[in-house]
Design a protein around this ligand. Structure first.
Ligand SMILES: [Zn+2]
Length: 266
């Protein structure tokens, strides 16, 4: 249930969760230079414990506090004497037991409370210094990690997929676009995404994602100026109704893509 491989001196652990026979997005954890980046979902704990036993690390950095990234942090807190860092906005979320709806508890597991330490502007692994880049939009406590010497970027959940079809009601497309623009000012090539894994031409694919979102913004703007309602624009641009919209009772919906874009014009 865990696949482990090396890319550019980064140990990549890939876990795959199924819910009611359906495969969820794969989730990656990474170890680079003695730093564990993200801890996977609680439901993958049985696979991740042997991984933690085989590969050593002295600190943990969470790209954000979502349950598919922080799920085994409570196990690490109990069994390893290492600090677990998260952006200051995530500290209180980590201190709460499973602060998210039931369908997410069923999918990813119940992440218990744990104590996280606030990240600063940089984080030091064994021999490298990483820049902590605040990149909100997907989550309020989302960071990316960049190393100047290696040109490596850990992008958390900012990339995931080149085409965005549904987002959560807490996400914002314009804020995501600003965060991508910020990352594109850095001199990186390869990118480690927590769901897509290792991407060698990371900067290129991130640029493409930004272009897609810029085009989408243009389309929304045009329909909006023609006087179409939020629902009408959504039906035109996203005719497909994904199962997650119903399963999540609308926490995930393409409607949030359109409404977050429209909010910028008002
Ligand atoms: Zn996330």
């Amino acid at each position: 249930m865990i696949e482990v491989f090396e890319r550019e001196n980064v140990t990549c652990g890939k876990v795959q969760i199924s819910i009611a026979g359906q495969k969820a997005n794969p989730v990656f954890v990474f170890i680079v230079d003695g730093m564990l980046i993200d801890t996977g979902p609680e439901r993958a704990e049985a696979s991740l414990i042997p991984f933690y036993e085989n590969y050593s690390f002295e600190l943990v950095t969470l790209t954000h506090s979502h349950e598919d990234h922080s799920g085994t942090a409570p196990w690490i807190e109990k069994n390893r004497n290492v600090p677990i860092y998260v952006h200051p906005n995530g500290i209180e979320i980590c201190a709460e037991p499973y602060p998210y709806p039931l369908y997410r508890q069923l999918t990813w597991g119940k992440r218990e409370a744990f104590t996280a330490v606030p990240l600063g502007d940089t984080i030091q692994s064994r021999s490298r210094e990483w820049e902590v880049i605040y990149t909100p939009g997907h989550a309020d406590d989302h960071v990316s990690l960049f190393n100047k010497e290696t040109g490596q970027l850990f992008s958390g959940d900012l990339f995931v997929h080149p085409e965005t079809k549904v987002i959560m009601n807490t996400e914002s497309i314009p804020v995501i676009m600003d965060s991508i623009r910020k990352l594109l000012t850095y001199d990186f090539d390869s990118m480690f995404c927590c769901h897509a894994g290792f991407i060698q031409n990371g900067k290129k694919v991130l640029k493409e994602k930004l272009e897609n979102l810029e085009n989408l913004t243009g389309e929304v703007k045009e329909f909006y100026q023609q006087g179409l309602s939020l629902e009408e624009i959504n039906a035109k641009l996203f005719p497909k109704k994904y199962p997650i919209i119903t399963i999540s009772e609308g926490e995930w919906d393409s409607l949030h893509i359109v409404s977050s874009i429209i909010a910028e014009f008002q």
